[in-house]
Design a binder for this molecule. Structure first.
Ligand SMILES: CC(C)(COP(=O)(O)OP(=O)(O)OC[C@H]1O[C@@H](n2cnc3c(N)ncnc32)[C@H](O)[C@@H]1OP(=O)(O)O)[C@@H](O)C(=O)NCCC(=O)NCCS
Length: 472
């Protein structure tokens, strides 16, 4: 009997050399896709899923809208499609179904790419958010290389940043520089050239990758101009990951702990479902077909608000104020007293409470866990004070009785670690958050275009119209 199993080596030997090379490349590319190829595979599946779901369930109700919702900041209303992550009040954030501890286990980290450090890479998180799949090490390496190749700023953006007064808040500078990059937007150009609606997602993805690649250089240039730290030179090493290069540009390249902390910080701040101010802003502005640079510039301005991203700057100022008052080895009683003095003065306790969560923020827990693994942080008096406060504050806030969630959110911990590593310029902290939020908000913009979502246009009502409506 003749066997039909043909030996691969024998097949190769029978092939001409050029054909052999093409076959070996085909095998390599099949196992290490580019991010664009991976998204191209997902888009038709998502389009089909939406089409089917809409036709079968388009008329199902997701709940009533109460007057209270309209007046109360639309809390809890299910009114947006958001693919990357879901925030559950009692279990916290999941990214395509994966919790932060799950992500820490499965997403390729610095060590997997032969870099110093252990934490998951924001590139891995970006891949997961865009495709719903865990990338291989090789895929993440390819993405890191792509980002490094696209990381340098055009000179006009450098000049714009250099011309800002040092006294202009770093977040305003960040939004200005990001908005200016729309000068080179492939989406804006494609739209002008009349590309088909079904193709919109492609230049949106190109712009998004380009922007994510350039955010570290923008942020580093702002740091240099405002605070004179780092050297302001765009040193982008193609062998380093996105955050390895960022850390180098802001002067922490040889600080392994800080570089790894920045990776973790930026990976876990990326996405927090769609309704938060920065994510929602990117989606809303993008729904007018503004390109990714314009949409994300607007998102950054929302992130700059003290009830949202700016809270991480506020927490540090507040915690240092507490340290000055209560000393380095404060007792629980001292901390309680300080918390009450904040509340009695009519201020909120920064870093506590959340519009959705009703539990300690898992991002806070991840950062705390990082602190516990690093001796230089474990013994830091400000880190210890923040951790001690997180044990005492819930009790005080419960007794105070106003906030629906008395537990720490991510901002309670994020700034004190940066401070301990020597990055003491608090007004810069939200810029680091701004590098991160792009890896969640921009993938959704790509999905918005892939799914052909329309311009957002909810209905508003005046108080008089509301009164007339309820009397009917
Ligand atoms: C995050 C935040 C804006 C959510 O707001 P929210 O959804 O309106 O929160 P709640 O529904 O629990 O607010 C109910 C009341 O509790 C108060 N409250 C909420 N968090 C509080 C806090 N940390 N300290 C004191 N009071 C607080 C609110 O100001 C509100 O008071 P009001 O009725 O007098 O206006 C709010 O908790 C806050 O201001 N926290 C401090 C800032 C912060 O850490 N922001 C970062 C969030 S990731």
């Amino acid at each position: 009997m003749i066997s039909l199993t043909i030996n691969r080596a024998a097949m190769r030997a029978a092939m001409p050399a050029r054909q052999q090379l093409a076959a070996s490349q085909a095998v390599r590319y099949a196992s290490t896709k580019s991010l664009k190829d991976a998204v191209a595979e997902v888009v038709p599946q998502k389009q089909e899923q939406l089409k089917k779901f809409r036709s079968e369930h388009g008329d199902k109700s997701l709940g009533d809208i109460k007057v209270e919702n309209l007046i109360g900041g639309m809390r809890g209303l299910k009114v947006m499609l958001w693919e990357g992550s879901v925030l559950d009040a009692n279990t916290g954030i999941t990214f395509h179904g994966k919790s932060i501890p799950d992500c820490e286990k499965v997403l390729p980290g610095a060590g997997d790419l032969g870099l110093q450090g252990k934490e998951m890479l924001p590139e891995s998180m970006l891949w997961l958010l865009l495709t719903g799949n865990v990338p291989s090490k090789e895929e993440v390496k390819g993405l890191s290389e792509e980002l490094a190749a696209k990381g340098k700023l055009p000179s006009y953006v450098e000049k714009i940043i250099d011309s800002f007064p040092k006294t202009l808040h770093p977040m305003t500078q960040f939004a200005g520089a990001v908005g200016a990059l729309n000068h080179d937007s492939k989406f804006a150009q494609g739209y002008k050239d009349g590309i088909k609606k079904t193709e919109y997602w492609k230049p949106t993805l190109d712009d998004s990758i380009d922007l994510i690649a350039k955010l570290p250089a923008i942020a580093a240039r702002i740091y240099y101009n405002v605070f004179g730290r780092g050297d302001g030179v765009q040193k982008i090493d193609p062998k380093k990951d996105l955050i390895g290069n960022y850390s180098e540009m802001i002067g922490y390249g040889d600080n392994e702990g800080m570089t790894d902390y920045l990776r973790l910080y930026i990976a876990i701040h990326g996405d927090h479902e769609g309704g938060n101010v920065s994510a929602h802003t990117a989606h809303l502005v993008g729904s007018a077909l503004s390109d990714p640079y314009l949409s994300y510039s607007a998102a950054l301005l929302g992130l700059a608000g003290p009830l949202h991203g700016l809270a991480n700057q506020e927490v540090l100022g507040w915690a240092l104020g507490m340290q000055e008052k209560v000393g380095k080895n404060a007792s629980e009683e001292d901390i309680k007293e300080f918390l009450w003095s904040t509340l009695k003065s009519g201020r909120v306790v920064p870093g506590y409470g959340h519009a959705v969560l009703r539990m300690p923020d898992p991002r806070f827990s991840a950062l705390s866990r990082f602190c516990d693994t690093r001796p230089e942080l474990k013994n830091s008096s400000i880190v210890q004070l923040v951790q001690k406060t997180s044990k005492v504050a819930p009790e005080v806030l419960k007794e105070h009785g106003k906030t629906k969630n008395p537990y720490p959110n991510v901002d309670a911990a994020s700034g004190c670690v940066l401070y301990e590593y020597g990055l003491k310029e608090w007004s810069y902290y939200t810029v680091i958050f701004g590098i991160s939020r792009a890896i969640g908000a921009l993938p959704q913009l790509v999905m918005d275009r892939a799914l052909g979502l329309p311009i957002e246009r909810p209905k508003s009502m005046s108080l008089d119209a509301l009164e007339a409506f309820v009397k009917k």
